[in-house]
Write a protein that binds this ligand. Structure first.
Ligand SMILES: Cc1ncc(COP(=O)(O)O)c(C=O)c1O
Length: 430
C-alpha cells in the first residue's frame, strides 16, 4: 500500500530508543560534535551536557587521543574473534588492568561487546552456570531490587525494577524475584522463604541510577553482602554506571568496602568512545572453570567479545583518567555538586535533591506537581534544554545530573542555575 503524504514515508527511517516515534517529527535533536562538557547540534548551538550522554562520557567529549588509539589499533588489527583459543594484545592488557583495579583478588575479566546489558546477561548466565558446575543446579533464582535498571536484554529487562520497562514483553526469563530497594532484611526473608538451595544470585547497583539516582541507605550494601554470604548466594554489583570513577573511586564497590562475587561494568570503561563491557569475576565463581584439569566450559560469548579496537580505546581511556587524576577530581567535585544543587530542594516544585555520592544527582519533582500536571517533567526537561543544558527524567520523576568528570565548578553552577530558571518559569506559568 502506498504511504500517504505526511504519513510514515515522510518520517525519518531511524527508530530511536525509548521514543514515541509517532510524535518524533520536529523533536529530533541531532548532535554533531562534542568538546569537553559541551555538545553542539546541527545549527552549531552549544549544550552543556549534564548527562555525560548516558552516564558514560566521563573524560569529556572530543578527546583526540582516544580517536588516535582506535585508529592505530584499527590499522594494526581492527577486529578478531576470541572464541576458544584466540586472543589479542589490547584485550589481554585491558583485562590485566581491570583485574588490578578491582577490589577483588585474582579477578578474571569477561568482555562483552555491546555494553552493560550484555554484561548483565553474561553475569546472570555465569551465576547459573557456576552453580551448575558446583553440582547445585537448583540454585537458579536471581533476585534484584525495585527501581533497579540492569539494561534491556532479556535478563536485564526481567531483573529491572521499573515495571513499565518489562510490562509489554511478557515473561522473558523465569526464576527472577524482586525485593524493595532499601530493605536488607526483606532480602534475608525472601531468600529464607524461597529456600537458599533455590537462590543463586542477588544483583544490585551500589547507587541506583536510571531508576532515579538512589544512594544506598547507610549500612545497606554491607548488610546485603553479608546476607548473601550467610545464605551462600552470589553477590553481584552492577557497576555499569558507578564503575571507573563516577563515585570518586575506581569501583563503587571499593568506596563501599564491598567484595562482590561479580561486578558488571561498561560505559565509563571507554567513556563511550567505543562500546565495551566487562564482567569482573571473583575467584570463587572463576574457580570451577579455571581449576587445572577442569572440563567446564562457559558456553557463552559474542562475536565482538574482547574486540581489539574497543579494548585499545579502553586502555587509552584508563590512561587518561589516571594521568589527569580524574577520580580524585570527582571526589573533590562531589560536595560541590551537592552544595550547588541543594538550594533547589527549597523550590515549590521540588521534593528532594539526591546527591552526595560522586558526580551523580537527581532533582525530584513533587508528586503533587506531577499529579496536577503529568506533562510537567517533560516540559521541565525541554525548558532546561531551551536554556542550553541537556538533562532528562529518571524514574519518571527526577532530573538527572551525571556530568563528565572534567566539568568545571562554573559549569556546575550553570546546571543549578538553569534548573532553577526552568523551575521558576514553570511555577510562574501555572
Ligand atoms: C546499572 C546499569 N546496568 C546495565 C545497563 C545497561 O547498559 P547498556 O545500555 O550499555 O546495555 C545500564 C544502562 O544504563 C545501567 O545503568
Amino acid at each position: 500500500m502506498a504511504a500517504e503524504a505526511g504519513g510514515m514515508a515522510s518520517q525519518p527511517a531511524m527508530w530511536n530508543s525509548f521514543a514515541n516515534m509517532a510524535s518524533f517529527a520536529g523533536r529530533a535533536l541531532t548532535i554533531v560534535r562534542g568538546e569537553g562538557a559541551t555538545v553542539f547540534d546541527e545549527a552549531g548551538r552549544p549544550y552543556l551536557d549534564a548527562l555525560a550522554s548516558l552516564w558514560y562520557c566521563n573524560v569529556g567529549h572530543g578527546r583526540a587521543e582516544l580517536a588516535d588509539a582506535a585508529a592505530a589499533q584499527m590499522r594494526q588489527l581492527a577486529g578478531y574473534q576470541t572464541f576458544d583459543s584466540f586472543s589479542n594484545l589490547p584485550a589481554e592488557a585491558l583485562a590485566r588492568r581491570i583485574a588490578g583495579l578491582a577490589p577483588v583478588p585474582d579477578a578474571k575479566v569477561f568482555f562483552t561487546p555491546g555494553g552493560g546489558s550484555d554484561a548483565i546477561d553474561t553475569a546472570a548466565k555465569l551465576a547459573r552456570a557456576y552453580w551448575h558446575a558446583e553440582g547445585k543446579g537448583g540454585k537458579q533464582i536471581v533476585i534484584s531490587r525495585a527501581h533497579a535498571y540492569h539494561g534491556m536484554n532479556a535478563y536485564g529487562t526481567t531483573l529491572g525494577g521499573i515495571p513499565a520497562n518489562a510490562e509489554p514483553f511478557g515473561p522473558l526469563v523465569t526464576g527472577v524475584e524482586h525485593v524493595p530497594w532499601d530493605d536488607a532484611e526483606a532480602l534475608d526473608k525472601l531468600i529464607g522463604g524461597l529456600g537458599a538451595d533455590r537462590v543463586g544470585a542477588f544483583f544490585c547497583e551500589p547507587v541506583i541510577g536510571a531508576g532515579g539516582v538512589y544512594p544506598p541507605p547507610e549500612g545497606y550494601l554491607a548488610r546485603v553482602q553479608e546476607i548473601c554470604r550467610l545464605h551462600d548466594v552470589l553477590f553481584v554489583a552492577d557497576e555499569v554506571i558507578t564503575g571507573f570513577g563516577r563515585l570518586g573511586s575506581w569501583l563503587g564497590s571499593g568506596r563501599f568496602g564491598l567484595e562482590p562475587d561479580m561486578i558488571t561494568t561498561a560505559k565509563g570503561l571507554t567513556s563511550g568512545y567505543a562500546p565495551l563491557g566487562a564482567v569482573i569475576v571473583g575467584p570463587r565463581v572463576a574457580e570451577p572453570f579455571w581449576r587445572p584439569g577442569s572440563a567446564e566450559v562457559f558456553r557463552h560469548g559474542y562475536t565482538y567479545s574482547a574486540h581489539p579496537t574497543g579494548c585499545a580505546v579502553g586502555l587509552a581511556n584508563l590512561d587518561l583518567i589516571e594521568r589527569e587524576q580524574l577520580i580524585s577530581r570527582v571526589a573533590a567535585l562531589e560536595p560541590v555538586l551537592a552544595a550547588r544543587l541543594a538550594p533547589l530542594a527549597e523550590h515549590d516544585l521540588v521534593s528532594e535533591v539526591r546527591a552526595g555520592t560522586g558526580l551523580l544527582a537527581a532533582v525530584e519533582i513533587t508528586a503533587d506537581a506531577r499529579a496536577a500536571d503529568p506533562g510537567i517533567g517533560p516540559r521541565l526537561v525541554a525548558g532546561i534544554r531551551d536554556r542550553g543544558v541537556i538533562t532528562r527524567l529518571v524514574g519518571g520523576s527526577a532530573l538527572q545530573v551525571s556530568p563528565p568528570f572534567i566539568i568545571t565548578e562554573q559549569e556546575i553552577d550553570r546546571i543549578a542555575g538553569t534548573f532553577a530558571a526552568a523551575l521558576d518559569a514553570i511555577a510562574g506559568s501555572s
